[in-house]
Unconditional design. Sequence first.
Length: 83
Amino acid sequence: MPTLYVENVPNDLYLALRKRAKANRRSMAAEVLSVLEQMVPTESTLRKRRDFWKWVQENRASAEGSGQRYPTAEEMIREDRER
């Protein structure tokens, strides 16, 4: 596994990271890795997002093409109150 060294980290950022690591009961290295995993998407994550967006667009297009209309939140609330 590759190693990453970071130099010239601003002091306030370092302190915030150290505080976060302590709160999460992790080492600094583990906390940095956790933040990177959360914030930097991998190629497989990006592929999953693209596939999901494609699925959303296809379903939206099929619903629009069928003439189907979805009720608004206001209409659904009124319907529930009338029951």
